[in-house]
Design a protein around this ligand. Structure first.
Ligand code: MN
Length: 256
């Protein structure tokens, strides 16, 4: 198995090294990761400047391509140009900070996996709930279990999984749950602050309100202590609205 690794915390991030450690025994590993942290860049790409990449060995001993771009740039450059034949699997992570609920929309980690899927490669994003002392070795073990699940999926389209791991010691994790994406988690506003010259600036606040979590969604299961696996799709169409719009337009719901 040829495994492409990327992330959004950058090529020097400990989570990427942990991911590499976890998967190196199950396949041939290629690392394409951003030179600097790209958390929150979602599905952005480098369009207006040249995309530079150079081979790098980190002080932690990880070898790979450092790409001066976003996670999606990394995956595209690897799959379309530099990894030949293309990888069998893309894994993005291990991110520090969960990407559950609507956080998935903003996440560069999740975007890296979605890009793999768009390019026809089965992919998954792996994120570990934020903590000061992350158990990356535990997260690595759960990554392998999720990878096994990913490899067993039979689907006409390349599957994309969003995996989130609770920040708990191994024995406290209750198991793995297949979940749907929670539809909240992006409601917080900004903290207003003042700089030393009296000017205003704003800093986005994380949304920590889990009160709307429902059984069956990823936010709920993660905070119950389960590893969550949420299948993601590329279709952003609102199918209910599609039919309403067709009725409004007098198209009667028949597919055109
Ligand atoms: Mn990140």
């Amino acid at each position: 198995m040829r495994i492409l690794l990327t992330n959004d915390d950058g090529i020097h991030a400990p989570g990427l090294r942990a991911l590499h450690n976890a998967v190196q025994s199950v396949g041939e590993v290629f690392v394409f990761a951003p030179t600097t942290e790209q958390s929150g860049v979602a599905h952005s790409i480098t369009l207006l400047t040249p995309l530079r990449a150079h081979r790098l060995k980190t002080p932690g001993g990880l070898e790979g391509m450092a790409v001066d771009g976003a996670p999606v740039d990394c995956v595209r450059l690897a799959v379309k140009e530099l990894v030949d034949p293309p990888p069998d699997v893309v894994i993005s992570g291990i991110n520090i900070g969960a990407n559950e609920g609507l956080n998935a929309f903003y996440s560069g980690t999740v975007a890296g996996a979605l890009e793999g899927g768009l390019l026809g490669v089965p992919s998954m994003a792996v994120s570990l709930e934020y903590t000061d002392s992350p158990h990356f070795d535990v997260a690595g073990e759960w990554t392998l279990r999720a990878l096994d699940l990913l490899r067993r999926i039979t689907s006409p389209r390349a599957p994309v999984l969003n995996v989130n791991i609770p920040a708990l010691p191994a024995e406290k994790i209750k198991g793995l749950r297949i979940t749907r994406q929670g539809l909240y988690g992006a409601d917080e506003g900004y903290e207003h602050r003042e700089d030393p010259r009296g000017g205003s600036y704003y800093w986005i606040r994380p949304d920590t309100d889990r009160s709307r979590a429902e059984p069956g969604d990823d936010v709920h299961a993660l905070h119950e202590g389960y590893v969550t696996v949420t299948p993601l799709q590329r279709d952003l169409t609102d199918h209910d609205l599609l039919n309403s719009l067709r009725d409004l337009q007098g198209e009667g719901g028949a597919p055109a």
